[in-house]
Design a protein around this ligand. Structure first.
Ligand SMILES: Nc1ncnc2c1ncn2[C@@H]1O[C@H](COP(=O)(O)OP(=O)(O)O)[C@@H](O)[C@H]1O
Ligand SMILES: CC(=O)OP(=O)(O)O
Ligand SMILES: [Mg+2]
Length: 401
């Protein structure tokens, strides 16, 4: 079975083709800067020795154009890995918000699409692009079954005292206002890897996903106990363009005293805040560069970013009543030693002893970066949301076959 996984973001699409049941990756790719004249596709083929990388810069006005180009790359007589798009039997989609309707991997039907659409206001940066990815894939891979894996699903095991807000009860029962949590596919994937690495099925873990969006989750074995994102993917950690936690009184002040309308507040907190608001850059690589040039705003932003993570580590160590490992993952977590060092500094009372030499080693593999005597392990585990999505799609389809 060929499963093609699509992770459609607002200006990017990540994709990967897997052969099942071995979950062997055939090819993968990333399309960036969709909507601009200099969009970039990086397409990797794993079936050749050595791997082949194709990098193209081209005008891609929208997601449809992007996926059309991917279809061409997949079927190209020279570089293609399939003969025609009908060989894709399943397309697995990442959708960020599944609300309370979806706690599990789901086959896409018109009703499911309508529900995903209803959730647009709760994940305005994500669900609309995810939805577009589904619509385009339905047209591109006509024979395939379309399946969705929700970011919220893994967090559905949280206890009620963790997922409820202290609002009148009807706000939960009638309106569904509660903590949902996000990046669940990634937290689940790295937690499973950590449990296996530690050889401890009920390991107490704090998984820290630091990408463009950032979130942190307390996990015991394979069960999520609490997570930093809430009703939407805006609360908790400081992110590329999102503020993370702020006092809601700031919003009243913006609206009542400064004349902001709701859309302006939304745009401020989702798109103009976080590291972008603090430094002028949302991409951590740019911030690292100006930091090295002595930029003091970047230094302060790094401190805020790490301090917020540290506070959650303290909180989640209490939630778990102990700690076996903290796990760093996603673009920043896997690649930025400075962030990891600032987070782990002065956490020795919790048993976290980072080995700075090991922390500096760059690698694409799971690695342990603590001193051997450290009571708590510090792990860097590359996430692979696409692989986890393929696995879940396969499980669903073989169960229901
Ligand atoms: N070598 C690196 N050093 C520091 N940050 C990096 C590095 N590589 C990627 N990143 C950061 O990772 C972030 C993107 O992470 P990613 O997990 O790909 O996010 P998303 O899936 O949300 O797009 C960006 O802020 C980027 O700067
Ligand atoms: C939910 C979320 O924030 O996703 P991303 O990190 O891909 O923006
Ligand atoms: Mg991501």
């Amino acid at each position: 079975m060929n499963i093609f996984v699509v992770n459609a973001g607002s200006s990017s699409i990540k994709y990967q083709l897997f052969k099942m049941p071995s979950v062997q990756p055939i090819c993968s790719g990333l399309i960036e800067r969709i909507g601009l004249e200099d969009a970039v596709i990086t397409h990797r083929i794993f079936t050749t020795q050595p791997e082949k990388v194709i990098r193209l810069t081209l005008d891609l006005p929208d997601h449809a154009a992007g996926l059309q180009e991917v279809e061409r790359l997949l079927t190209d007589p020279e570089t293609g890995v399939i003969q025609n798009p009908d060989e894709i039997e399943v397309v697995g989609h990442r959708v960020v918000h599944g609300g309370e309707t979806f706690a599990a991997t789901t086959i896409i039907t018109p009703e499911v699409k309508a529900e995903i659409k209803k959730l647009f206001p709760l994940a305005p940066l994500h669900n609309p692009s995810n939805y577009l990815g589904i619509e385009v894939a339905e047209k591109t891979f006509r024979k395939a079954r379309q399946v969705v894996v929700f970011d919220t699903a893994f967090h559905q095991t949280m206890p009620e005292y963790a997922f409820r807000y202290a609002l009148p009860e009807s706000f939960y029962t009638d309106l569904g206002i509660r903590v949902y949590g996000f990046h669940g596919t990634s937290h689940k994937y790295v937690a499973e890897q950590a449990v296996e690495y530690l050889g401890k099925p009920d390991a107490k873990l704090i998984t820290i996903h630091l990408g463009n969006g950032c979130s942190i989750t307390a996990v015991k074995g394979n069960q999520a106990l609490d997570t930093s994102m809430g009703f939407g993917p805006l609360s908790g950690l400081i992110m590329g363009t999102r503020s993370g936690d702020i006092d809601p009184s700031v919003i009243f002040h913006l609206v009542n005293q400064l004349g902001y309308d709701p859309e302006q507040v939304n745009a401020l907190l989702n798109k103009r805040s976080g590291m972008l608001g603090l430094t002028g850059f949302s991409d951590m690589r740019d911030i690292t560069q100006v930091l090295q040039e002595g930029n003091t705003a970047a230094n302060l932003a790094y401190d805020l970013y790490a301090y917020r993570i540290k506070k959650y580590i303290g909180a989640y160590a209490a939630v778990l009543n102990g700690l076996d490992a903290v796990v760093f993952t996603a673009g920043v977590g896997e690649n930025d030693p400075d962030v990891r060092a600032r987070v782990c500094r002065n956490l020795d009372f919790l048993g976290i002893q980072l080995n700075e030499e090991k922390n500096q080693i760059r690698s694409k593999e799971l690695r342990e970066i603590n001193y051997p005597a450290s009571p708590v392990k510090v792990l860097v585990i590359p996430t692979n949301e696409e692989r986890e999505i393929a696995k879940q799609c396969f499980e669903l389809l073989t169960e229901t076959a």
